[in-house]
Design a protein around this ligand. Structure first.
Ligand code: FCB
Length: 452
């Protein structure tokens, strides 16, 4: 079992959250509406009918939450900056109170010896930009560049670690593919245009904000994709899903090219050829790559045709490829648990970009936990999940991969997007009725690991 002293002294241990999932206060101090306000308030979109209007009230309770994070022995806080707090209409005037909030948050981190890691976009696009086409149009990328410059200019004296985007796969392929996340559109293979505009936004922002004092990256959700069998159909299914999930993001960012087979599968080759001039910007060197890892995927080819464009899907062009149950234990999300998958994906990235520093910017699990009579939260399954994954992190570091840190998702139970408050990922329990925070047993375990 991993021990704290197995890790180099500079290894970063942190916890992560995202603005819409924790902040609440959606109309406070000039914040504008985002696509998540609209989506959550649309009947039928959120499993439990909830919204992020209040969430964890982190907007007001952030100082308490950061103190808690520091008490657990964590030394870094990954949060996201809400674009609609900084530029409420998406473009146009800056909202000074929005910047002031993140300044207070970052300063509170620094006072507790916690390094702030800011993500500029964790899915909360200002609604007026969606009304103008959202990530389906190029202009949104340019507006993101402007917003990133304002946020960075206003905060770079207190924040040095920046991430442009969180999980553009989800923004594009859930947002505009299967519609499972805001804005909930079904654009078929055209969702790949959103992928390109998001990556362009990343490149434009990076160019606008990069400075020698800072450290700049992006957080991608990556996962090993395996074929259910050696059959040509299953191997082809794995190629397709790996293409959409991993290579469609890694190859433009690392090598300045899109995977030809994915463009071919989706019939998007001609459109992407017209965007080729953007690739040098998209592939500008990163200071680090953030990897969000939750689970590996095993897929099989369908018996019939691979594609059915009439079906809303997060794997456009390969709509009928199916995920296969390999018998692994699962979390409450239904996600298979396999810590070794983390190693597989990091090894794959490292083979392609041997000197690129890596962070695990999210890793964690949802399980139903309840508060016992004496007020403790016995979340053995979450603790085991953390133990297993941190043991793999130890092995990865011991093998000499340039892995710089690990962020647990999440510091707090929070609004889990379309699943509302029905899934708890926190190492700290939140009673949503009273906003009481209680460290779960998994959080106590992490605290012992980090401090003893
Ligand atoms: C990731 C998201 C994060 C959280 C976890 C469970 O995809 O980045 O906000 O919802 O999943």
């Amino acid at each position: 079992m991993a021990n704290r002293t197995d890790f180099p002294p500079g290894f970063v241990w942190g916890a992560a959250t995202a603005a819409y999932q924790v902040e609440g206060a959606v109309t406070a101090d000039g914040r504008g509406p985002s696509i998540w306000d609209t989506y959550a308030h649309t009947p039928g979109r959120i499993a439990d009918g909830s919204t992020g209007d209040v969430a964890d009230d982190h907007y007001r309770l952030f100082a308490e939450d950061i103190r808690l994070l520091a008490d657990l022995g964590l030394k870094a806080y990954r949060f996201s900056i809400a674009w609609p707090r900084i530029i409420p209409a998406g473009s146009g005037p800056t909202n000074a109170p929005g910047l002031a909030f993140y300044r207070r948050l970052a300063e509170t981190c620094l006072q507790h010896g916690v390094t702030p890691f800011a993500t500029l976009y964790h899915w909360d696009l200002p609604q007026p930009l969606e009304d103008a086409g959202g990530w389906m149009v190029r202009d949104t990328a340019e507006r993101f560049r402007d917003y990133a410059a304002v946020a960075h200019d206003g905060l770079s004296d207190v924040i040095t670690h920046w991430m442009t985007l969180n999980e553009p796969w989800c923004s594009a392929l859930n947002g505009y593919g299967d519609g499972a996340l805001a804005p909930g559109r079904n654009e078929g293979v055209n969702a790949l245009k959103a992928v390109h505009h998001l990556l362009l936004a990343h490149g434009l922002a990076l160019e606008a904000i990069r400075s020698p004092e800072g450290s700049y990256g992006i957080a991608l959700n990556l996962a090993p994709v395996r074929a259910a069998s050696d059959s040509p159909a299953d191997r082809d299914a794995a190629r397709r899903v790996d293409g959409l999930q991993n290579r469609l993001f890694l190859e433009p960012i690392l090598f300045g090219k899109y995977p030809a087979d994915v463009l071919d599968d989706t019939g998007m080759t001609a459109w992407f050829a017209e965007q080729e001039d953007d690739l040098p910007l998209i592939s500008a060197p990163l200071d680090y790559l953030g990897v969000n890892y939750y689970f590996p995927t095993t897929v099989a080819g369908p018996d019939g045709p691979v594609s059915d464009p009439s079906k809303p899907s997060a794997q456009p062009g390969s709509e009928n490829v199916v995920a296969v149950d390999t018998g692994l234990p699962r979390t409450q999300m239904g996600w298979p648990i396999q810590a070794g998958g983390l190693r597989d994906i990091l090894v794959t990235i490292n083979e392609q970009a041997p000197s690129l520093p890596l962070y695990i910017t999210e890793n964690g699990s949802a399980f139903p936990d309840s508060v016992t009579a004496d007020g403790t939260i016995e979340d053995d399954d979450r603790q085991r999940y953390l133990e297993q994954h941190i043991e793999v992190v130890r092995q990865i570091v011991a093998d000499g991969l340039p892995l710089m840190g690990y962020f647990v998702w999440s510091l707090l139970d929070n609004f889990e997007w379309a699943l509302g408050f029905s899934r708890r990922f926190g190492i700290v329990h939140v009673d949503y009725a009273t906003q009481t925070r209680t460290v779960k047993d998994s959080g106590r375990w992490l605290q012992r690991f980090l401090t003893q």
